[in-house]
Design a protein around this ligand. Structure first.
Ligand code: C2E
Ligand code: MG
Ligand code: MG
Length: 574
């Protein structure tokens, strides 16, 4: 009897434990974030749990109802779902499928687990379903960003380079051509700086979208490289798919001004450079670099045009780039030297002055001409420290010679346009004069006409200021630039230097003679002093003397001299 009671109590206790467990499982399943489905193979029965109703409007009861799930997802995802829903057919235990619910933007993840009995037959199947819409959208955005440029919808740099590398690889196997064009909007910085980055971006976007349409219509690839720079590539160009045609099409489509959201209309032109595999380079990056060099050339030739790859241009670019980097080192190491070329009064043949001319001896002890490196220094800004050094060096040297030989003359120093544009130019020159106690009237600054053409008013004010301090101003290389005699009278100058190109042909060309005579007479009438540059020949000298030119500078009377040679000269003058 006791034994029976005991068995009964045990059964009760076990039953109670079971209902507690069942309850626990229900609560856990119902509060889970997703939905679950349990299928018993033995009973051919489906039980749905959790948030089933959040995703589906139907219930599933037995195996054939799985087809309702297949109908509920997007057609393209249904084969993948079928594979996992009937996973037992493969003998696998676990698999997943990501499917979009038909007609919605909701993405569901189906994670299936099949449990097998000892005999290997499937017993239970559990399918956990979760909403992964947020994750999918983020993923799609990331995927988009991996290939496309957010601003223009064109390919981004990385993806474009990948595609271009494939083009080049294929072209090398099939012996064909790949053409790359770089496009750079003209004067974009003026728009960006002047009108603000927001409008700048809008322009980049509009141009990019237009380019995208053209690329898609012509079956070529395009990319937004950075700021206002784009790239286009054509695999195996022929017929209508050539860069020339594409360039024309882009010009045609971007011909009209771009209308910005402010209502403002902006006309835009662009410069383009083209390089082709295998002529220009053998890799995607090198091709892009070559196209960029051609863009530089295109800009240097006046913008709004297209330049095709050319070995000579590439060589010139590489030479300049090498010089540029050497020049930076030279500025750092002070590898410059000043030479001085004497100038003589034509009549008396007495020393009038010296022109300070910079010399650069590079590492191999070869001389690089200032006509080559000064323009580079002007472009990359190195002219500012170089120019400061030249002024200080020449004034200091003059002060020493003046003291040593007691012989006053004029020290002429060449000044570049960029030096004038720095705010402290006048002050810095005056500081140097004070430092070395040099009389301003013994220093002459040489300017070229191009300076005046670029920014007349600013330069004009500075020249007036310098002249008020007593510094002499000389107009160098007259006749090579604008050369308008009419604006001469407005200039605050003391001296005009007639360019060597006139002197070279003054004896052989009657037209040059007429102009040279006119210049000398005009200079005299305006009360300036005239200097003839590059006088090499005695007959040239005789002619200039008769014509009334005041001063002669040239190899005939003296080449540019080193400091030691100048000292010998000054000692002999004394
Ligand atoms: P520039 O100012 O017109 O200087 C005259 C140039 O003609 C000098 O060349 C001089 O050596 C050369 N020259 C003078 N007489 C004769 C001659 O009879 N025959 C020939 N064939 N040449 C003659 P350099 O020294 O090579 O200078 C070239 C240019 O570089 C200068 O032309 C000037 O524009 C620029 N430059 C030179 N030194 C400086 C400098 O310190 N600063 C700046 N900003 N520019 C400089
Ligand atoms: Mg000069
Ligand atoms: Mg000159």
């Amino acid at each position: 009897m006791n034994e029976m009671h005991y068995q009964l109590d045990l059964l009760k206790a076990m039953n109670q434990k079971l209902t507690e467990r069942e309850r626990m499982y229900h609560v856990v399943c119902d509060s889970a974030v997703g939905a679950s489905l349990y299928y018993s193979f033995e009973r051919n029965q489906i039980t749905t749990l959790g948030q089933w109703r959040d995703y589906f409007t139907f219930e599933l009861h037995e195996s054939k109802d799985f087809s309702l799930l297949l109908d509920a997802v997007d057609e393209s995802d249904s084969p993948a779902l079928r594979d996992v829903l009937f996973l037992e057919k493969t003998g696998q235990s676990t698999a997943t499928a990501e499917c979009r619910l038909k007609g919605t933007k909701t993405w569901l993840d189906f994670r299936v687990n099949v449990y097998y009995g000892e005999d290997g037959r499937p017993v239970d199947k559990v399918i956990n379903i979760s909403n992964i819409t947020k994750f999918r959208i983020q993923n799609e955005e990331l995927t988009y960003l991996a290939y496309y440029d957010g601003l223009t919808g064109l390919f981004n740099r990385n993806y474009f380079v990948r595609l271009l590398s494939e083009y080049v690889r294929n072209a090398s196997e099939k012996n064909c051509v790949v053409s790359v064009m770089m496009i750079d909007l003209d004067d974009f910085h003026k728009i960006n700086d002047g009108q603000g980055m927001v409008l700048g971006d809008e322009l980049v976007q509009q141009f990019g979208c237009c380019l995208k349409e053209i690329c898609e219509a012509n079956d070529v690839i395009g990319c937004h490289l950075h700021t206002d720079v784009y790239l286009v590539a054509i695999y195996d160009p022929s017929g209508n798919r050539t860069m020339e045609k594409l360039h024309k099409e882009i010009q045609r489509r971007t011909h009209r001004p771009f209308k910005l959201s402010t209502g403002q209309e902006l006309p835009v032109t662009f410069s383009a450079g083209v390089a082709e595999y295998p002529e220009a380079a053998h890799s995607a990056i090198e091709l892009i670099n070559c196209a960029e060099i051609m863009v530089f050339k295109s800009k240097a030739m006046g913008k709004n045009n297209i330049q095709y790859f050319n070995t000579l241009v590439l060589e010139e670019f590489l030479r300049t780039a090498e010089l540029e980097s050497k020049l930076k080192e030279a500025v750092f190491n002070h590898s410059f030297q000043m030479y001085y070329q004497p100038q003589y009064f034509t009549e008396s043949r007495k020393l009038r002055g010296m022109e300070a001319l910079i010399r650069w001896r590079d590492g191999n002890d070869s001389m690089i001409s200032p006509s080559i490196f000064i323009p580079i220094a002007e472009k990359n800004g190195a002219i500012i420290p170089i120019g400061k050094w030249v002024v200080e060096q020449s004034v200091m040297q003059y002060a020493r010679w003046r003291k040593c030989y007691g012989y006053p003359f004029v020290m002429s120093v060449n000044i570049s346009a960029l030096q004038y544009s720095s705010d402290d130019f006048v002050d810095s020159v005056m500081d140097v004069l004070r430092k070395y106690e040099v009389n301003p009237s013994e220093i002459e600054l040489e300017i070229t006409e191009t300076i005046l053409i670029e920014d007349f008013q600013t330069v004009y004010e500075k020249l007036k200021l310098l002249r008020n301090y007593g510094i002499r101003i000389s107009l160098d290389d007259f006749g090579t630039g604008f050369s308008s005699l009419s604006y001469l009278k407005r200039l605050p100058i003391d001296t005009l230097k007639i360019d060597k190109s006139f002197i070279d042909t003054v004896l052989t060309d009657s037209a040059t003679r007429v102009i040279t005579d006119a210049i000398i007479n005009m200079v005299k009438a305006l009360g300036f002093e005239s200097i003839a540059e590059g006088v090499e020949d005695k007959r040239q000298y005789e002619y200039l003397r008769t014509a009334g030119c005041d001063v002669i500078q040239g190899y005939l009377f003296g080449k540019p001299l080193s400091e030691d040679e100048v000292e010998t000269l000054l000692a002999s003058v004394r």
